[in-house]
Design a binder for this molecule. Structure first.
Ligand code: AMP
Ligand code: MG
Length: 476
């Protein structure tokens, strides 16, 4: 049915807790991602909805599955918290696809573990619907991300500010290793840190295994994946909202969809998350925060970096890291430029193109214009700001490309449709009321986000004033 291969369980026992999910007696299937199940090679077609619901809320444990909660630490809003971990998630196990890629299958909202602290181990339906819609839409938008396999109502009530219906989300990820995972071991044991780093290299960068300075190379890879990811977020107006190091994957995927949001009107330093009072994770800060998070990873890996260095000299290793972080700064600038330049039909964006990019963004901000729709409309190669239009068209003329080629590049870089906050909010509201049809409609609708589709025109409309989502909540 599902052939599990559980490498994480073979790690030392202090890396996790073996713990069974504990959820409701009357689970009910909300959504199952058949396409993803097929991609993963899961043989579940013979099961009925009730059997799927039982498996993906943790009531039925399949043979070969060995549920665990993983340990990790993290810097939350800049403060180190040594003891986080899966407080409401269970890793059911790993699966290997036909292409030999390994994926974790994890339940979220499935009960308490030793890492729960004061939490109840549950999730209400809102964050489940949200993560399902958003992670699938992000994947379709070409953004590396965890995926959504299943959403199940638990039939239990969860106490938040109100009493709300409980749900369990099944997440699929190339791994759940976080920057915070390394912080956890770095703070505790040099031996465990090495075991963790070797495991991560084995899993994500096996070609580095025999490299003389594999930990340094690994850090470089992780940082580049992360910065490249964030530049892609910038390109679609995505604000993660809680870029804590425990929510920062070392595989370069978007993970932990909490109070994240897509911008409607462009505002450079836009913040949605109600808990981000200082704007630490504002739209325009995301690149710098990602680099800061990588400095936390460098710090966590430091004992290994020192040990593998030729000099074994702390100052020299620090100098080398400082050099690398300068490169990372320019790497991010270039990635950002590549992503944004293509939105204007510029095939090989140069540093000087920032002028065009920034002028257009300023125009959007000054005139309270919608980020997504304004960029998509550029495919007419026309614009009402004539000054901008001249500069832009002169730039396009420098390329040996036809208009059709330019338009094609723009249509591949500027989505026609994104999961807008007010649409997601309506899906949650309907599902809380027992009607999942809008949730399912949205999941379906966001599957081909770059294709113009009149049937979906309604979903490209900006929110009416009363529909605008001004703030998002962690809502765990
Ligand atoms: P998050 O903000 O969702 O990334 O979670 C931060 C930490 O809080 C992680 O260790 C989670 O496992 C934990 N956590 C969040 N919600 C709950 C909950 N309802 N019960 C137990 N732990 C939770
Ligand atoms: Mg988290």
């Amino acid at each position: 049915m599902i052939k599990f291969s559980n490498t994480y369980c073979e790690l030392p026992e202090n890396f996790f807790e073996e713990v069974l999910p504990s959820v409701g007696e009357t689970p009910e299937l909300m959504h199952f991602n058949n396409e993803l199940a097929q991609e993963l090679g899961l043989d579940l077609a013979v099961l009925n909805e009730q059997e799927l619901a039982n498996i993906f809320c943790g009531k039925t444990i399949l043979e070969g599955s060995n549920p665990i909660a993983m340990a990790y630490s993290g810097h939350q809003f800049g403060q180190f918290n040594p003891s986080l971990g899966d407080g409401r998630a269970h890793l059911l196990g790993e699966v290997i696809t036909a292409e030999q890629q390994r994926f974790d299958i994890q339940l979220k909202g499935s009960g308490r573990s030793r890492y729960s602290r004061r939490g109840d181990g549950r999730s209400w339906l809102g964050p489940v619907v949200r993560e399902y819609i958003l992670s699938e839409a992000m994947s379709a938008l070409g953004i590396p991300t965890t995926r959504a396999l299943c959403a199940v109502r638990t039939g239990e009530e969860v106490l938040r500010e109100d009493t709300l219906p409980g749900a369990v989300f099944t997440r699929v990820a190339s791994s759940h290793l976080r920057v915070g995972t390394f912080e956890y071991f770095s703070a505790r044991s040099a031996d465990d840190l090495k075991i963790m780093a070797d495991y991560a290299i084995d899993r994500h960068d096996p070609d580095l295994k025999n490299h003389k300075q594999k930990y340094f190379e690994f850090l470089k890879r992780v940082a580049r994946r992360k910065l490249s990811l964030v530049s892609k977020w910038m390109g679609i107006g995505f604000i993660h909202g809680v870029m804590n190091t425990d929510n920062t994957s070392i595989a370069g995927i978007t993970i932990d969809y909490g109070p994240c949001a897509f911008m409607d009107n462009y505002v450079e330093n836009k913040v949605y998350s109600s808990i981000d009072r200082q704007g630490r994770y504002a739209y325009s800060n995301q690149g710098q925060i990602a680099i800061w998070n990588m400095s936390v990873l460098a710090n966590a890996l430091f004992p290994l970096l020192l040990d593998e260095s030729e000099s074994k000299n702390t100052d020299k290793v620090i100098l080398k890291l400082q050099e690398e972080f300068k490169h990372l700064d320019s790497f991010y600038q270039q990635e950002y430029l590549n992503v944004m330049g293509k939105k204007f039909g510029i095939f090989r964006p140069a540093y000087s193109d920032l002028a065009i990019i920034n002028e257009f963004l300023k125009h959007l901000e000054d005139n309270h214009l919608d980020f997504t729709n304004s960029f998509r409309k550029l495919n007419t190669l026309d614009h009402d700001n004539k000054l901008f239009l001249r500069k832009w068209q002169d730039r396009l003329a420098e390329q040996a490309k036809t208009s059709a080629e330019v338009i094609e590049l723009m249509n591949q870089s500027n989505p026609f449709i994104i999961p807008r906050n007010h649409q997601v909010a309506k899906a949650i509201e309907d599902s809380v009321g027992g009607d999942d049809s809008y949730f399912k409609y949205l999941v379906q609708s966001y599957k081909k986000p770059f294709v113009q589709n009149e049937a979906l025109d309604d979903l490209t409309l900006t929110p009416r004033p009363e529909e605008i989502v001004h703030q998002t909540f962690c809502g765990t």
